[in-house]
Design a protein around this ligand. Structure first.
Ligand SMILES: [Zn+2]
Ligand SMILES: [Zn+2]
Length: 137
């Protein structure tokens, strides 16, 4: 007994089937309702002209695509890990640490200025208002 393996759903169909028993796709050919065989690239049946062609299974097995995804994910994780270890190595460098400290102070200063900003604006507006009042008097 032969088995046909479906690249789309990864299931076997017994015998020599034209369509997958699970997802209904055809194997590497496009079949019209009269079951004429056409190549993958066909838009219409070459024998009867029907446009109602079946959907063939993918050329690459689903498991391969899954494998490619896993490999991609693995490489991504590896890159992430490499970048992270580079960053950690950089942070451990004395020169970079000094730079970080300076940057930290700078940020603290900016935050302090930012927290004082509303007061400045209020004082500025008040002084403007007072000046205007003084002019009016
Ligand atoms: Zn299938
Ligand atoms: Zn046909």
């Amino acid at each position: 007994m032969s088995l046909a393996y479906c690249y789309n759903c990864g299931k076997f169909t017994a015998g020599d089937p034209l369509f997958c028993g699970t997802c209904g796709r055809s194997y590497d050919v496009k079949l019209c309702p009269r079951l004429h065989r056409n190549p993958r690239g066909a838009e219409v049946c070459s024998q009867c002209g029907s446009r109602d062609l079946s959907t063939p299974q993918p050329k690459i097995p689903m498991s391969w695509r899954l494998l490619a995804l896993v490999v991609k994910l693995g490489v991504g994780l590896l890159l992430f890990y490499a970048s992270l270890s580079l960053l950690i190595a950089l942070v451990r460098t004395p020169a970079f640490q000094q730079l970080l400290v300076i940057f930290g102070f700078l940020l603290c200063g900016l935050w302090y200025l930012y927290s004082k900003l509303p007061d400045w604006l209020q004082n500025f507006l008040r002084s403007l208002w007072k000046r205007k009042e003084n002019k009016d008097e």
